[in-house]
Design a protein around this ligand. Structure first.
Ligand SMILES: Nc1ncnc2c1ncn2[C@@H]1O[C@H](COP(=O)(O)OP(=O)(O)OP(=O)(O)O)[C@@H](O)[C@H]1O
Length: 151
């Protein structure tokens, strides 16, 4: 429904490359509803947990080190089919497979520097939101654009 939520994180390369405004603008303009956002330098422990499903992959340690090397913009966005739609807006994991018009298709070239993370299912979204945000950090607010975004 329209209360579905996803977890998005602008990775350290996205922050360093001044892509924060550009990326947030895409989700705002699409019509999604922002309910949580913070700039955070995450610990290796948090990232090991976040990427637990990838623990046997050869790039796991490098990925955890890189993701903890600088600030990340962690966000929770809400809206109809937001998990699936955000993944489409991100593009493929490898920027070379990402179409122009997607964030990775437009803004990056290397799979190890692909500027943004997005939850891959509603189940991962639920886990990731719980891992990255405390309940008090999520803001409930009346969205006056809602009647123009949803029938
Ligand atoms: N072959 C690789 N070499 C280096 N890094 C990789 C490689 N494959 C994946 N990664 C990194 O690990 C992250 C997680 O990989 P996963 O397969 O879960 O892709 P994803 O779900 O598209 O990415 P994310 O979880 O960041 O949205 C990728 O976004 C990328 O930064």
């Amino acid at each position: 429904g329209i209360n579905e939520r996803t977890f998005l994180a602008i990775k350290p390369d996205g922050v360093q490359r001044r892509l924060v405004g550009e990326i947030i603008q895409r989700f705002e303009r699409k019509g999604f509803h922002l309910v949580g956002m913070k700039l955070i330098q995450a610990s290796e422990d948090l990232l090991k947990e976040h990427y637990i499903a990838l623990r046997d992959r050869p790039f796991y340690n490098r990925l955890v080190k890189y993701m903890s090397s600088g600030p990340i913009v962690a966000m929770v966005w809400q809206g109809l089919e937001v998990v699936k739609t955000a993944r489409t807006m991100l593009g493929e994991t490898n920027p070379a497979d990402s179409l122009p018009g997607t964030i990775r298709g437009d803004l990056c070239v290397d799979v190890g520097r692909n500027v943004i993370h997005g939850s891959d299912s509603t189940e991962s979204a639920r886990k990731e939101i719980k891992l990255w945000f405390s309940p008090e950090e999520l803001v409930c607010w009346e969205d006056c654009a809602q009647q123009w975004i949803y029938e």
